[in-house]
Design a binder for this molecule. Structure first.
Ligand code: FAD
Length: 194
């Protein structure tokens, strides 16, 4: 299976980087093809500009969008790995979605007033970490909001079936080393099962 992992964290030694490494290792051991797009390393430009919108309307995306869309197009399985920043996606990966999940490529309106989900047939996983203890985000409904805005609002909106969305809470507060090892073990188990 062709796996695309879109990764957004600025620090090489981060816990998110350990999650990335765990997922890649499990997939490679399972004989999958894995492409990682590390948006910070790529210096990906996240701003959907007036020039971009004009070019996309003409069906002629700029080179950096075209490159990313080529990876998205051939992927059977798309994984996003990022920390929660301000209860959402870090700007660099939000901008990746703004620019590459474009109209006519990821979705389009149809004559019945519905939406054609142009990524139908693909599957995906989203892995998020955040600092607030998980029970707090669960009790105030934030976990559900995070799932709605990314799992439903981005993946399912474009037809990507969400196999799992991991929400690892408290990673910088209440989680112990043991807890974080257990989180990595959950990631390894899931990616080994694909
Ligand atoms: P790191 O800080 O890299 O690591 C966390 C811990 O894991 C450290 O103790 C580290 O030593 C340990 N660790 C590293 N590698 C391993 C390993 N291999 N095995 C075991 N342990 C390891 N949080 C919220 O709850 N809500 C918000 O809205 C929110 N907004 C934010 C906005 C900004 C701009 C920023 C910078 C942070 C925000 N946060 C928020 C917190 C953020 O979500 C967390 O800092 C982030 O999820 C932690 O992930 P990390 O990869 O950066 O962890």
């Amino acid at each position: 299976m062709k796996h695309l992992i879109v990764y957004a964290h600025p620090h090489e030694g981060s816990f998110n980087h350990a999650i990335l490494g765990t997922a890649v290792k499990a997939l490679k051991e399972g004989g999958h093809e894995v492409i990682v797009r590390d948006l910070n390393k790529l210096g990906f430009n996240p701003v959907l500009s007036p020039a971009d919108t004009a070019a996309l309307r003409e069906g002629n995306p700029p080179a950096d969008i075209k490159t990313e869309q080529a990876y998205l197009e051939v992927a059977d399985f798309i994984t996003f790995i990022y920390p929660i920043w301000w209860t959402g996606l870090p700007a660099i990966i939000k901008g990746y979605v703004d620019r590459t999940f474009s109209y006519g490529f990821a979705y389009q309106y149809n004559s019945e007033g519905g939406i054609d989900k142009l990524f139908a047939g693909k599957k995906g996983i989203i892995i998020n970490t955040y600092g607030t203890p998980g029970e707090i985000y669960e009790s105030i409904g934030m976990n559900n909001s995070l799932k709605q805005t990314s799992g439903s609002g981005i993946f399912e909106f474009t037809g990507i079936e969400v196999v799992e969305q991991f929400l690892f809470g408290g990673v910088t507060s209440v989680a112990t080393d043991e807890d974080r090892k257990e989180m990595l073990a959950q990631v390894a188990k899931k990616f080994s099962s694909l």
